[in-house]
Design a protein. Structure first.
Length: 588
């Protein structure tokens, strides 16, 4: 985490929009002040260069001696050089500030997703979340690098120019004064429409990113079922939706640009008319007339820069809102536990009720109670949707129970820090995710400092070493995205090795051998017999071979434990379990 302060879920409203991201600037006040100062110096230097140049032209055309203009030329060169240095310095530190804050934003987005996972993440499209973390966060560079400092400069520099014009002619200053707020206010005339169009652009961009990711990840299935062309047509359609939204956004921005150009032209024309009147009356030196015209246009220049930034406020607001939506996600579970002594690793479910918070899904677990002791292997079986994986999700505290409790030893898992709880449990999910790293790095995910020997030992136990050794780069072979370069059985064995390397006292296996052939499954079962002797093992079982090797079998049905016993006894009983194993319908 960087040292900038992230807006917390409780510190601001979700509706704060782009202003909700301003707190990130608090920890970088000095850099921000330097950015503002250098920006003012750069704009003032540019304005002074133009003013000196105009003064020199005025003096020259009114017959001033060339020698008398030499100091003016020297001053012009020095001021122009200082303005260029200030402009470079302002660009450097403002972008350095912006990119540092973008890093903070991206870390904050990840923290928000991690805090709300898995519930919030499962309800979103991966591509849209990636769009928030990349496109939306990068868009904020414009806000941090160009908005705050430019807005300050747009107030200070025009006021300075107006003071100089006032010294030349109070009447000219009074004539120009109304144009300053008029030009500055143009982007706000259509602010509501800009916000709506910006949200639409960002929404369509996120949808396009999501659809692109889905198309790339689903290439095999699309090819198999002959739907590649259909998916591509959908992608083209989404691209057109985005282009249409951007066209509407650009049309409104163009209208604002035209309005600003007209107002600036009117301001300069007003200054010219007033100046000519004053020169005709002798109230303004002819040599100062060019200076008046240049100052009139230059006074509006910083404001024009701000309006160019303001025209992007629609997109900025929309991007900021999407970022803040993630920032404001409440934790799926509260991590309020305290570290305690190493517990007895008996796992207890005591009258557990849970329903994912969706009324249409109802209650998934309805008073589930069971105990698994160290050295015991218990298999959870049941038809699809019976609640087997829900039990594992609750034990790992991806969600909290609605009622009842889950305990390890005598300690409710809610009273133990989440990090400490998950160190007690080695988990092999059914849906395995391997990172686009080496096989060794994927195995040592939970123990980054594990030695090569420890990694190899875990791989041997998981029956993975032989196939790894046959690969050209062995343990240094890169798995590919989501392990795409490996077969399903190979990915599963690496996931098992990853869990075994943790050497955790509780093993939670969601059908860890479902993708293995019979030979590798038997070898793995033999290795697991030694591993699980002193461990608490819970297996979500789909294969009969896995079920039969368990010490006890728990049958989940309608959110309850319907049966509890050993394989032979449950078969002889002729109840739910017997019907499950004789049914042709899978209960995965």
């Amino acid at each position: 985490m960087t040292d900038a302060t992230l807006p917390s879920p409780s510190s601001a409203s979700k509706s704060a929009g782009i202003f909700g991201l301003i707190p990130l600037l608090k920890s970088r006040r000095l850099v921000l002040a330097l950015t503002i100062l250098s920006g003012i110096l750069a704009q003032a230097g540019t304005l002074a260069s133009l003013a000196i140049g105009a003064w020199l032209v005025g003096k020259a055309v009114t017959g001033a001696a060339p020698a008398s203009l030499i100091p003016g030329f020297i001053a012009l060169g020095l001021v122009a050089l200082l303005a260029a240095i200030a402009r470079w310095w302002q660009a450097y530190i403002s972008h350095d500030l912006a990119f540092a804050l973008i890093e903070t934003l991206q870390v904050g987005i990840y923290d928000g997703l991690e805090r709300a996972a898995p519930g919030y993440v499962l309800g979103q499209r991966t591509g849209e979340l990636a769009s928030v973390a990349t496109a939306d966060a990068e868009l904020m560079e414009h806000f941090y690098a160009h908005t705050v400092a430019d807005y300050v400069g747009a107030v200070v520099v025009p006021l300075g120019a107006l003071i100089v014009i006032f010294l030349l002619s109070p009447l000219a200053a009074l004539a120009l004064l109304p144009f300053l707020p008029l030009v500055a206010s143009v982007p706000f005339w259509l602010a509501r429409r800009a916000g709506e169009q910006g949200r639409q652009v960002m929404h369509e961009l996120g949808a396009l990113n999501a659809q692109t990711v889905e198309m790339i990840q689903g290439q095999r299935e699309l090819a198999i079922f002959g739907r590649t062309r259909d998916m591509l047509d959908g992608l083209i359609g989404q691209t057109r939706h985005l282009a249409a939204a951007q066209k509407r956004y650009g049309s409104r921005a163009g209208l604002e640009h035209a309005a600003i150009d007209i107002l600036v032209a009117l301001a300069v024309l007003t200054a010219a008319i007033v100046g000519l009147m004053l020169v005709g009356r002798g109230a303004l030196d002819r040599a100062h007339f060019p200076l008046l015209i240049v100052l009139a246009g230059a006074a509006l220049s910083p404001i024009i820069e701000v309006t160019q930034t303001a025209r992007k406020l629609g997109e900025l607001r929309a991007g900021a809102q999407r970022i803040l939506t993630i920032f404001h996600q409440q934790p799926a579970v509260l991590d309020t536990g305290r570290e305690g002594p190493a517990p007895d690793t008996t796992v207890r479910f005591e009258q557990v009720r849970f329903g994912y918070g969706h009324k249409e899904r109802g209650t998934v677990l309805n008073g589930v109670s069971f105990t698994v002791r160290p050295g015991e292997t218990v298999a959870l079986v049941g038809r699809s949707g019976a609640g087997k994986s829900t039990c594992s999700n609750l034990l790992l505290r991806f969600w909290d129970v609605d009622d009842g409790r889950i305990a390890i030893g005598e300690c409710d898992i809610r009273d133990r820090p989440i990090g400490a709880l998950r160190k007690l449990v080695a988990y092999v999910p059914q849906d395995i995710h391997l990172f686009n790293e080496t096989i060794a790095d994927n195995i040592r995910l939970g123990m980054p400092n594990a030695s090569p020997l420890a990694v190899e030992r875990a791989a041997r136990l998981a029956q993975a070493h032989d196939f790894i050794a046959e690969l050209p780069q062995g343990y240094d072979t890169v798995c590919g995205e989501r392990g795409a370069r490996l077969s399903g059985g190979q990915r599963q064995r690496i996931a098992i090795a990853r869990a075994l390397l943790l050497d955790a006292p509780i093993l939670l296996l969601d059908e860890a051998s479902s993708s293995l052939d019979s030979e590798n499954e038997k070898a793995l079962q033999k290795a697991m017999d030694d591993i699980r002797r002193d461990r608490t093992v819970i297996v979500i079982a789909h294969r009969l071979s896995t079920i039969r090797s368990a010490d006890r079998i728990l049958v989940l049905e309608n959110g309850r434990i319907a049966e509890d016993g050993q394989h032979a006894d449950l078969v002889q009983k002729g109840g739910s379990y017997a019907r499950l194993i004789t049914s042709v319908e899978t209960f995965a």
